[in-house]
Every structure is written in C-alpha cells, then in structure tokens.
Design a protein around this ligand. Structure first.
Ligand code: UDP
Length: 242
C-alpha cells in the first residue's frame, strides 16, 4: 500500500529519527523463566518476544524420533493482542512458515547428532509486534538455546534490511515495512558469516540486493555482540555459594 507519507528525508533521517544504517534499540534478558531449560526475553524496537526452550528430551510421539540426531521444533506464535487488529489465536499459514524456516536455521547450528531420538522444543511467543518479529524471535531463540546449555557451533542471530523510497536501510520499522519497497530478513552464524535463513519480499536490483545483504550482515554482527553481552552478564553475575 502506497501513501504520501515520507519515510526518509533528504538527509537520510527516518520516521523514528534513525539513520539508514541504524538499528532500533535492543534489550535482551537471559533465563527469565524457571520451568524452561533455557529462556530469553527480548525487546527490539516495539517488538517484545519471549522464548522458552525445553529439552533435549525424548521425542514424543516416538515415530517422530530420528535415530541419528535430535529434531528441532521451533514454534512461532503471535499473541492475539500483539498486533493492531486482534489476531485470531492459533497457528496460521504465516506462523507455520516462520516456524519451519526458524527450525531449519537452528538445526544448522545445534549439534543435533549428540542427542539421537531427542527433541529440542523452542517456543517463540510474540507479545508485541512491530515488524521484524521473525528476526527478533530467532535472535532470542539463539540466546535461549545457549541459556539451556545446548551445544551449538555458534549462537545464531538475525536482522533484516530493506528498501524505502529507493534507499537501502537497516532494520525496517512498522511503517517502513508496510509502506516500503522491499524487506530482506536474514539469519547468520556470526563466526563464519554462513547464511542460515534468507527471505525477501518486494523488489530490489542486484546492486540494491547486495547492499541490503551487506547491511543485514553488519546488523547481525552488531546484534550478536548484544546477545553475547547479555549471556555474559547473566553468567558472570552468578555467584558460587560454598
Ligand atoms: N502483522 C500484523 N498481523 C499479522 C501479521 C503481521 O499486524 O497477522 C504485522 C506485525 O507488526 C509484523 C509485521 O506485520 O511484525 C510484519 O510481518 P511480516 O510477515 O513481514 O513478518 P516480520 O517482519 O514480523 O518477521
């Protein structure tokens, strides 16, 4: 949907005052749920996401078990109250697709072969949505998996870039997502820059695509530093009681 609203001015300033390569504010808390094996609460701009990881535990029903490795079940759910027009509760096509691509991204970094017949369940609950929730959910899932002590090659992280009014920018906000020209969410393994997820809607030239990918990778690396700091803050502040 197009409108006359200007998303970016001539000086490159966006609606919320950010520059083209600036992320929204991110806050990460680790280990907030007591019953989960690992958990994370993340705020990214106006997005609020809670992730709870359970497992590795015996996969049930048994026919879902893989004799050689653990299966990773990410379940992305958007709360009915998380969006402007109340969302009908329960899974829909979009949430199934997001759950699938996030499961596949996480499977690439988790050392699943260490847990044959097991399942690792990653519940992603979006409490407040303001564009970029799959990136926020995957980023929080990476932290919650680390909190659960699940062995991984790396902590996965996600971020998007896109195009608004002909300009490539990092981390689209809600109006930019609604009114912009393209959105390119990616997830990477930051140690190797291996791409774990890449989706795109809208239109970009090859040159714009390469620029957006470069922005998104830089964004992922910046978010990765925030993830690592949050994990270190939690575990360095845990005192050993004699
Ligand atoms: N959204 C909504 N209702 C829905 C699905 C999405 O209002 O049923 C909004 C929500 O703010 C979301 C944004 O549209 O963050 C963009 O959705 P998209 O499917 O692009 O996924 P996301 O950017 O959240 O990963």
């Amino acid at each position: 949907m197009k409108s006359d609203k200007k998303l970016i001015d001539d000086a490159g300033k966006r609606l919320d005052g950010r520059g083209p390569e600036e992320l929204r504010k991110i806050k990460i808390e680790v280990g907030v749920l007591h019953r989960a094996s690992g958990s994370c609460y993340l705020e990214w701009g106006g997005n609020k996401v809670m992730v709870a990881v359970y497992g590795p535990r015996e996969a049930i029903p048994r026919h879902t078990q893989n004799l050689l490795r653990a299966i990773v079940n990410a379940r992305y759910n958007m709360a009915a109250f998380s969006v402007e027009d109340r969302k009908r509760p329960g899974p829909d096509r979009r949430s199934k697709e997001i759950s699938k691509v996030i499961s596949e991204a996480l499977e690439k970094v988790i050392l699943t072969e260490q847990f044959p017949r097991a399942s690792i369940d990653v519940n992603i609950e979006v409490l407040d949505a303001e564009a970029g929730t799959r990136c926020a959910g995957l980023t929080a899932a990476g932290v919650a998996l680390a909190d659960a002590g699940i062995p991984m090659k790396d902590i996965p992280v996600a971020c998007s870039a896109g195009k608004i009014e002909g300009r490539v920018v990092l981390d689209l906000g809600k109006e930019e997502d609604n009114l912009g020209d393209a959105d390119l969410p990616i997830a990477i393994s930051p140690r190797t820059n291996e791409i774990l997820l890449l989706q795109m809607d809208g239109h970009l030239t090859l040159e714009e695509f390469n620029k957006a990918l470069d922005f998104a990778i830089k964004g992922c690396n910046a978010v990765s530093e925030i993830q690592k700091k949050a994990i270190l803050d939690k575990y360095q502040s845990v005192e050993v009681v004699e």
